[in-house]
Design a protein around this ligand. Structure first.
Ligand code: AMP
Length: 399
Protein backbone atom coordinates (compact mmCIF):
# COMPACT_ATOMS: atom_id res chain seq x y z
CA UNK A 1 0.00 0.00 0.00
CA UNK A 2 1.75 3.14 -1.23
CA UNK A 3 -0.21 6.26 -0.45
CA UNK A 4 0.62 9.65 -1.88
CA UNK A 5 2.50 11.61 0.76
CA UNK A 6 3.33 15.28 1.23
CA UNK A 7 6.66 14.50 -0.44
CA UNK A 8 4.73 13.90 -3.70
CA UNK A 9 3.86 17.60 -3.73
CA UNK A 10 6.79 18.88 -5.73
CA UNK A 11 8.44 22.24 -6.38
CA UNK A 12 6.22 25.16 -5.56
CA UNK A 13 2.99 23.16 -5.25
CA UNK A 14 2.87 24.09 -1.58
CA UNK A 15 3.93 27.72 -1.77
CA UNK A 16 1.20 29.97 -0.43
CA UNK A 17 -1.25 27.03 -0.38
CA UNK A 18 -3.64 26.55 2.53
CA UNK A 19 -2.95 23.05 3.82
CA UNK A 20 -5.40 21.53 6.29
CA UNK A 21 -3.63 18.89 8.41
CA UNK A 22 -5.47 16.36 10.59
CA UNK A 23 -3.11 15.65 13.47
CA UNK A 24 -3.59 13.54 16.57
CA UNK A 25 -3.02 15.96 19.44
CA UNK A 26 -5.16 13.87 21.80
CA UNK A 27 -2.51 14.17 24.50
CA UNK A 28 -2.86 12.79 28.03
CA UNK A 29 -3.84 15.43 30.61
CA UNK A 30 -3.54 15.37 34.41
CA UNK A 31 -6.37 16.36 36.74
CA UNK A 32 -5.36 20.01 36.35
CA UNK A 33 -5.76 19.49 32.58
CA UNK A 34 -2.06 20.03 31.95
CA UNK A 35 -0.28 18.03 29.24
CA UNK A 36 1.59 15.14 30.87
CA UNK A 37 3.14 13.76 27.69
CA UNK A 38 3.83 15.55 24.41
CA UNK A 39 4.87 12.51 22.32
CA UNK A 40 1.92 12.91 19.98
CA UNK A 41 2.72 16.59 19.36
CA UNK A 42 6.36 15.77 18.65
CA UNK A 43 5.33 12.95 16.30
CA UNK A 44 3.58 15.47 14.02
CA UNK A 45 6.57 17.85 13.80
CA UNK A 46 8.22 16.38 10.65
CA UNK A 47 5.08 17.00 8.57
CA UNK A 48 4.44 20.44 10.04
CA UNK A 49 8.08 21.51 9.56
CA UNK A 50 8.08 20.21 5.98
CA UNK A 51 5.00 22.29 5.17
CA UNK A 52 6.44 25.38 6.86
CA UNK A 53 9.73 25.07 5.00
CA UNK A 54 7.81 24.78 1.71
CA UNK A 55 6.01 28.01 2.53
CA UNK A 56 2.53 26.59 2.96
CA UNK A 57 -0.09 28.08 5.26
CA UNK A 58 -0.53 25.32 7.81
CA UNK A 59 -3.98 24.83 9.37
CA UNK A 60 -3.91 22.11 12.04
CA UNK A 61 -6.97 20.31 13.41
CA UNK A 62 -7.35 17.66 16.11
CA UNK A 63 -9.64 16.26 18.75
CA UNK A 64 -8.82 16.13 22.45
CA UNK A 65 -10.54 13.87 24.97
CA UNK A 66 -14.23 13.07 24.86
CA UNK A 67 -16.27 16.30 24.91
CA UNK A 68 -19.20 14.39 23.36
CA UNK A 69 -20.27 17.05 20.87
CA UNK A 70 -20.32 19.97 23.34
CA UNK A 71 -17.91 22.77 24.19
CA UNK A 72 -15.95 21.67 27.26
CA UNK A 73 -13.76 24.56 28.41
CA UNK A 74 -11.09 22.27 29.88
CA UNK A 75 -10.72 20.42 26.58
CA UNK A 76 -9.81 23.47 24.51
CA UNK A 77 -6.58 23.09 22.58
CA UNK A 78 -4.82 26.22 23.92
CA UNK A 79 -2.23 24.31 26.01
CA UNK A 80 -1.42 22.22 22.93
CA UNK A 81 -0.89 25.40 20.85
CA UNK A 82 1.46 26.75 23.53
CA UNK A 83 3.50 23.53 23.63
CA UNK A 84 3.59 23.36 19.83
CA UNK A 85 4.82 26.98 19.65
CA UNK A 86 7.72 26.03 21.95
CA UNK A 87 8.57 22.96 19.89
CA UNK A 88 8.38 24.76 16.53
CA UNK A 89 10.07 27.87 17.92
CA UNK A 90 7.44 29.92 16.16
CA UNK A 91 4.11 31.34 17.17
CA UNK A 92 1.10 29.06 16.63
CA UNK A 93 -2.13 31.02 16.54
CA UNK A 94 -5.00 29.24 18.24
CA UNK A 95 -8.56 30.00 17.11
CA UNK A 96 -11.57 29.33 19.33
CA UNK A 97 -13.61 27.38 16.80
CA UNK A 98 -12.89 24.95 14.00
CA UNK A 99 -15.41 26.26 11.44
CA UNK A 100 -17.21 29.57 10.91
CA UNK A 101 -16.42 33.23 10.46
CA UNK A 102 -13.67 33.64 13.04
CA UNK A 103 -11.74 30.75 11.54
CA UNK A 104 -12.24 31.88 7.93
CA UNK A 105 -10.96 35.36 8.85
CA UNK A 106 -7.91 33.93 10.59
CA UNK A 107 -7.09 31.78 7.56
CA UNK A 108 -7.55 34.72 5.19
CA UNK A 109 -4.97 36.69 7.19
CA UNK A 110 -2.35 33.93 7.18
CA UNK A 111 1.09 34.50 5.69
CA UNK A 112 3.29 31.86 4.05
CA UNK A 113 4.91 29.57 6.62
CA UNK A 114 2.41 30.47 9.36
CA UNK A 115 0.67 27.88 11.53
CA UNK A 116 -2.76 28.02 13.13
CA UNK A 117 -4.48 25.45 15.30
CA UNK A 118 -8.26 25.05 15.15
CA UNK A 119 -10.40 24.29 18.19
CA UNK A 120 -11.21 20.74 19.36
CA UNK A 121 -13.12 19.09 16.50
CA UNK A 122 -15.22 16.97 18.83
CA UNK A 123 -16.97 20.04 20.26
CA UNK A 124 -19.22 19.43 17.24
CA UNK A 125 -21.28 16.19 17.19
CA UNK A 126 -21.07 16.42 13.38
CA UNK A 127 -17.37 15.46 13.51
CA UNK A 128 -17.81 11.90 14.75
CA UNK A 129 -20.99 11.49 12.67
CA UNK A 130 -19.06 12.51 9.55
CA UNK A 131 -21.77 14.99 8.54
CA UNK A 132 -21.18 16.25 4.98
CA UNK A 133 -21.94 19.90 5.83
CA UNK A 134 -19.35 19.90 8.60
CA UNK A 135 -16.75 18.22 6.40
CA UNK A 136 -17.47 20.80 3.69
CA UNK A 137 -17.04 23.68 6.14
CA UNK A 138 -13.63 22.29 7.15
CA UNK A 139 -12.58 21.58 3.56
CA UNK A 140 -13.56 25.12 2.50
CA UNK A 141 -10.74 26.44 4.66
CA UNK A 142 -8.02 24.87 2.50
CA UNK A 143 -6.63 23.86 -0.90
CA UNK A 144 -4.99 20.60 0.17
CA UNK A 145 -5.64 18.02 2.91
CA UNK A 146 -2.95 16.06 4.74
CA UNK A 147 -3.83 13.28 7.18
CA UNK A 148 -1.12 12.64 9.76
CA UNK A 149 -3.43 11.27 12.48
CA UNK A 150 -2.85 7.52 12.41
CA UNK A 151 -4.38 7.22 15.89
CA UNK A 152 -7.84 8.09 14.48
CA UNK A 153 -7.47 6.40 11.09
CA UNK A 154 -9.82 3.61 12.21
CA UNK A 155 -12.66 6.10 12.55
CA UNK A 156 -14.66 7.50 9.63
CA UNK A 157 -15.04 11.03 10.91
CA UNK A 158 -15.54 14.32 9.04
CA UNK A 159 -11.92 15.36 9.62
CA UNK A 160 -10.45 12.00 8.56
CA UNK A 161 -12.74 10.76 5.77
CA UNK A 162 -15.22 13.57 4.94
CA UNK A 163 -12.55 16.16 4.13
CA UNK A 164 -10.43 13.64 2.19
CA UNK A 165 -13.39 13.00 -0.09
CA UNK A 166 -13.47 16.69 -1.03
CA UNK A 167 -9.87 17.96 -1.18
CA UNK A 168 -6.74 16.63 -2.93
CA UNK A 169 -5.39 14.46 -0.11
CA UNK A 170 -2.03 13.14 1.04
CA UNK A 171 -0.61 11.14 3.94
CA UNK A 172 1.71 12.95 6.33
CA UNK A 173 5.11 11.50 7.27
CA UNK A 174 3.86 9.91 10.48
CA UNK A 175 0.88 8.30 8.78
CA UNK A 176 3.12 6.98 5.97
CA UNK A 177 5.62 5.53 8.46
CA UNK A 178 2.90 3.84 10.53
CA UNK A 179 1.42 2.24 7.40
CA UNK A 180 4.88 1.07 6.30
CA UNK A 181 5.87 -0.45 9.66
CA UNK A 182 2.54 -2.20 10.27
CA UNK A 183 2.22 -3.44 6.67
CA UNK A 184 5.68 -4.97 6.96
CA UNK A 185 4.66 -6.57 10.22
CA UNK A 186 1.71 -8.42 8.74
CA UNK A 187 3.16 -9.08 5.30
CA UNK A 188 6.75 -9.90 5.94
CA UNK A 189 7.74 -10.25 9.61
CA UNK A 190 11.05 -11.82 10.49
CA UNK A 191 10.17 -15.09 12.24
CA UNK A 192 9.40 -16.24 14.83
CA UNK A 193 6.81 -13.47 15.10
CA UNK A 194 5.37 -13.25 18.61
CA UNK A 195 2.39 -11.09 19.56
CA UNK A 196 1.52 -10.18 23.15
CA UNK A 197 -1.94 -8.81 23.83
CA UNK A 198 -3.08 -7.56 27.23
CA UNK A 199 -5.43 -4.83 28.44
CA UNK A 200 -9.01 -4.87 29.56
CA UNK A 201 -10.99 -4.90 26.31
CA UNK A 202 -12.03 -8.22 24.84
CA UNK A 203 -14.39 -7.74 21.91
CA UNK A 204 -12.23 -6.00 19.29
CA UNK A 205 -9.19 -8.05 20.26
CA UNK A 206 -10.69 -11.49 19.66
CA UNK A 207 -11.04 -10.54 15.98
CA UNK A 208 -7.40 -9.42 15.98
CA UNK A 209 -6.32 -12.79 17.37
CA UNK A 210 -8.42 -14.63 14.78
CA UNK A 211 -6.60 -12.78 12.01
CA UNK A 212 -3.21 -13.20 13.65
CA UNK A 213 -3.61 -16.97 13.81
CA UNK A 214 -2.59 -17.05 10.16
CA UNK A 215 0.22 -14.51 10.56
CA UNK A 216 1.94 -14.82 13.94
CA UNK A 217 3.91 -17.82 15.23
CA UNK A 218 2.86 -17.35 18.86
CA UNK A 219 0.15 -15.27 20.47
CA UNK A 220 0.55 -14.58 24.18
CA UNK A 221 -2.64 -13.41 25.85
CA UNK A 222 -3.01 -11.67 29.21
CA UNK A 223 -5.51 -9.33 30.92
CA UNK A 224 -9.23 -9.32 30.19
CA UNK A 225 -9.02 -11.53 27.11
CA UNK A 226 -7.14 -14.26 28.98
CA UNK A 227 -10.00 -14.57 31.48
CA UNK A 228 -12.46 -14.98 28.60
CA UNK A 229 -10.22 -17.71 27.16
CA UNK A 230 -9.99 -19.45 30.55
CA UNK A 231 -13.80 -19.35 30.78
CA UNK A 232 -14.02 -20.92 27.31
CA UNK A 233 -11.69 -23.68 28.51
CA UNK A 234 -14.06 -24.42 31.37
CA UNK A 235 -12.30 -22.71 34.28
CA UNK A 236 -14.62 -21.13 36.82
CA UNK A 237 -13.64 -17.49 36.38
CA UNK A 238 -17.05 -15.77 36.26
CA UNK A 239 -15.98 -13.05 38.69
CA UNK A 240 -12.84 -12.24 36.74
CA UNK A 241 -14.53 -11.55 33.42
CA UNK A 242 -14.26 -7.93 32.30
CA UNK A 243 -16.58 -8.15 29.31
CA UNK A 244 -19.29 -10.55 28.15
CA UNK A 245 -18.37 -12.43 25.02
CA UNK A 246 -19.72 -15.36 23.03
CA UNK A 247 -17.66 -18.23 24.42
CA UNK A 248 -18.45 -20.45 21.43
CA UNK A 249 -16.43 -18.10 19.20
CA UNK A 250 -13.56 -18.15 21.68
CA UNK A 251 -13.70 -21.97 21.92
CA UNK A 252 -13.39 -22.24 18.13
CA UNK A 253 -10.47 -19.81 18.14
CA UNK A 254 -8.66 -21.80 20.86
CA UNK A 255 -9.32 -25.07 19.04
CA UNK A 256 -7.82 -23.67 15.84
CA UNK A 257 -4.81 -22.41 17.78
CA UNK A 258 -4.36 -25.84 19.35
CA UNK A 259 -4.40 -27.47 15.91
CA UNK A 260 -1.68 -25.04 14.87
CA UNK A 261 0.72 -26.33 17.52
CA UNK A 262 -0.66 -24.48 20.53
CA UNK A 263 -0.23 -21.09 18.92
CA UNK A 264 -2.07 -19.26 21.70
CA UNK A 265 -0.39 -19.19 25.09
CA UNK A 266 -2.37 -18.22 28.19
CA UNK A 267 -1.17 -17.40 31.71
CA UNK A 268 -0.90 -20.39 34.05
CA UNK A 269 -1.06 -18.36 37.25
CA UNK A 270 -2.62 -15.07 38.26
CA UNK A 271 -2.34 -12.40 40.91
CA UNK A 272 -5.79 -12.06 42.45
CA UNK A 273 -7.32 -9.70 44.97
CA UNK A 274 -10.69 -8.92 46.50
CA UNK A 275 -10.28 -5.25 45.73
CA UNK A 276 -8.18 -3.52 43.09
CA UNK A 277 -6.35 -1.13 45.41
CA UNK A 278 -2.79 -0.62 46.61
CA UNK A 279 -3.52 -1.73 50.19
CA UNK A 280 -5.84 -4.68 49.58
CA UNK A 281 -4.33 -8.14 50.07
CA UNK A 282 -3.37 -10.14 47.00
CA UNK A 283 -1.96 -13.56 46.24
CA UNK A 284 -0.79 -15.72 43.36
CA UNK A 285 -2.93 -18.71 42.40
CA UNK A 286 -2.88 -21.30 39.66
CA UNK A 287 -5.69 -21.24 37.08
CA UNK A 288 -7.21 -24.31 38.75
CA UNK A 289 -7.36 -22.64 42.16
CA UNK A 290 -9.00 -19.29 41.43
CA UNK A 291 -11.49 -18.50 44.22
CA UNK A 292 -14.97 -17.32 43.24
CA UNK A 293 -15.08 -13.85 44.78
CA UNK A 294 -11.86 -12.25 43.50
CA UNK A 295 -10.63 -10.01 40.71
CA UNK A 296 -7.66 -10.57 38.42
CA UNK A 297 -4.89 -8.01 38.89
CA UNK A 298 -1.73 -9.29 37.16
CA UNK A 299 -0.05 -12.38 35.76
CA UNK A 300 2.00 -14.56 38.13
CA UNK A 301 5.72 -15.39 38.05
CA UNK A 302 5.26 -18.72 36.26
CA UNK A 303 3.32 -17.01 33.48
CA UNK A 304 5.96 -14.29 33.18
CA UNK A 305 8.62 -17.00 32.82
CA UNK A 306 6.63 -18.76 30.06
CA UNK A 307 6.04 -15.46 28.21
CA UNK A 308 9.73 -14.56 28.61
CA UNK A 309 10.82 -17.84 27.04
CA UNK A 310 8.63 -17.23 23.99
CA UNK A 311 9.66 -13.60 23.63
CA UNK A 312 13.34 -14.53 23.80
CA UNK A 313 12.91 -16.92 20.85
CA UNK A 314 11.30 -14.20 18.70
CA UNK A 315 12.78 -12.14 15.88
CA UNK A 316 9.73 -9.85 15.75
CA UNK A 317 7.53 -8.88 18.70
CA UNK A 318 4.37 -6.80 18.75
CA UNK A 319 2.98 -5.76 22.12
CA UNK A 320 -0.32 -4.07 22.90
CA UNK A 321 -1.92 -3.73 26.33
CA UNK A 322 -0.61 -4.07 29.89
CA UNK A 323 -0.68 -7.58 31.37
CA UNK A 324 -2.14 -6.31 34.64
CA UNK A 325 -3.72 -3.28 36.28
CA UNK A 326 -0.43 -1.44 35.99
CA UNK A 327 -1.80 1.91 37.17
CA UNK A 328 -1.61 0.37 40.69
CA UNK A 329 2.07 -0.07 41.55
CA UNK A 330 1.50 -3.40 43.26
CA UNK A 331 0.05 -4.90 40.06
CA UNK A 332 2.52 -3.31 37.64
CA UNK A 333 5.12 -6.04 38.21
CA UNK A 334 4.13 -8.23 35.25
CA UNK A 335 3.87 -5.28 32.86
CA UNK A 336 7.22 -3.84 34.00
CA UNK A 337 8.86 -7.25 33.61
CA UNK A 338 7.50 -7.55 30.07
CA UNK A 339 8.79 -4.04 29.24
CA UNK A 340 12.24 -5.02 30.54
CA UNK A 341 12.26 -8.34 28.63
CA UNK A 342 11.41 -6.49 25.41
CA UNK A 343 14.10 -3.89 26.12
CA UNK A 344 16.63 -6.71 26.52
CA UNK A 345 15.77 -7.86 23.00
CA UNK A 346 17.35 -4.69 21.58
CA UNK A 347 19.58 -5.70 18.69
CA UNK A 348 18.18 -9.25 18.67
CA UNK A 349 14.60 -8.68 17.53
CA UNK A 350 12.31 -6.02 16.10
CA UNK A 351 10.09 -4.74 18.91
CA UNK A 352 6.94 -2.85 18.00
CA UNK A 353 4.67 -1.30 20.59
CA UNK A 354 1.07 -0.64 19.66
CA UNK A 355 -0.11 2.55 21.30
CA UNK A 356 -1.93 3.43 24.48
CA UNK A 357 -1.09 2.00 27.85
CA UNK A 358 1.85 -0.13 26.70
CA UNK A 359 3.61 3.10 25.68
CA UNK A 360 2.91 4.56 29.12
CA UNK A 361 4.32 1.41 30.75
CA UNK A 362 7.48 1.59 28.66
CA UNK A 363 7.90 5.30 29.28
CA UNK A 364 7.39 4.86 33.03
CA UNK A 365 10.16 2.29 32.98
CA UNK A 366 12.40 4.66 30.96
CA UNK A 367 12.78 2.06 28.19
CA UNK A 368 11.36 3.95 25.18
CA UNK A 369 14.73 4.20 23.40
CA UNK A 370 15.18 0.43 23.56
CA UNK A 371 12.18 -0.31 21.32
CA UNK A 372 12.39 -0.48 17.54
CA UNK A 373 9.13 1.33 16.85
CA UNK A 374 6.35 2.80 18.94
CA UNK A 375 3.09 3.20 17.07
CA UNK A 376 1.03 6.25 18.04
CA UNK A 377 -2.22 4.36 17.44
CA UNK A 378 -3.48 1.80 19.96
CA UNK A 379 -6.90 0.93 18.55
CA UNK A 380 -5.80 1.80 15.02
CA UNK A 381 -2.73 -0.47 15.12
CA UNK A 382 -4.83 -3.36 16.47
CA UNK A 383 -7.43 -2.94 13.74
CA UNK A 384 -4.62 -2.86 11.18
CA UNK A 385 -3.28 -6.13 12.56
CA UNK A 386 -6.80 -7.48 12.65
CA UNK A 387 -6.82 -7.17 8.86
CA UNK A 388 -9.45 -4.45 8.84
CA UNK A 389 -9.44 -1.67 6.28
CA UNK A 390 -8.98 1.62 8.14
CA UNK A 391 -11.33 4.22 6.61
CA UNK A 392 -8.94 7.15 7.20
CA UNK A 393 -6.26 5.31 5.21
CA UNK A 394 -8.53 3.77 2.57
CA UNK A 395 -9.78 7.19 1.49
CA UNK A 396 -6.25 8.53 0.78
CA UNK A 397 -5.19 8.21 -2.88
CA UNK A 398 -2.52 5.70 -3.91
CA UNK A 399 0.67 6.79 -5.64
P1 AMP B 1 -7.07 -1.68 26.86
O1 AMP B 1 -7.68 -0.34 26.58
O2 AMP B 1 -7.95 -2.82 26.48
O3 AMP B 1 -5.67 -1.80 26.32
O4 AMP B 1 -6.95 -1.79 28.44
C1 AMP B 1 -6.03 -1.07 29.20
C2 AMP B 1 -6.40 -1.25 30.65
O5 AMP B 1 -6.43 -2.62 30.94
C3 AMP B 1 -5.46 -0.65 31.66
O6 AMP B 1 -6.11 0.43 32.29
C4 AMP B 1 -5.19 -1.79 32.66
O7 AMP B 1 -5.34 -1.40 34.00
C5 AMP B 1 -6.29 -2.77 32.31
N1 AMP B 1 -5.98 -4.15 32.66
C6 AMP B 1 -4.93 -4.88 32.29
N2 AMP B 1 -4.98 -6.11 32.86
C7 AMP B 1 -6.09 -6.13 33.59
C8 AMP B 1 -6.70 -7.09 34.43
N3 AMP B 1 -6.14 -8.27 34.61
N4 AMP B 1 -7.84 -6.76 35.03
C9 AMP B 1 -8.39 -5.56 34.85
N5 AMP B 1 -7.89 -4.60 34.07
C10 AMP B 1 -6.74 -4.89 33.45
Amino acid sequence: MQKKTVKDLKGNQLVDKRVLVRVDFNVPLNNKFEITNDTRIKAALPTINYLISHQAKVILMSHLGRPKGKVVEKLRLDPVARRLSELLKQDVKKVNDCIGEEVEKAVLNMQKGEVILLENLRFYPEEEKNKPEFAKALANLADIFVNDAFGTAHRAHASTVGVAEILPSYAGFLMAREIEVLSNLIENPERPFVVLLGGAKVSGKIEVVQNLLSIADRILIAGGMSYTCLAALGYDVTNLLLEEYDLEIVKKMLKKAEEQGNKIILPVDLVITKELSECAESKVVKNEDIPKDVKGADIGDKSIAIFEKEIKKAKTIFWNGPVGVFEIEKYAKGTNRIAKILADMEGKAVTIIGGGDSIAAIENAGLTEKMTYISTGGGASLEFLGGKKLPGIEVLPEK
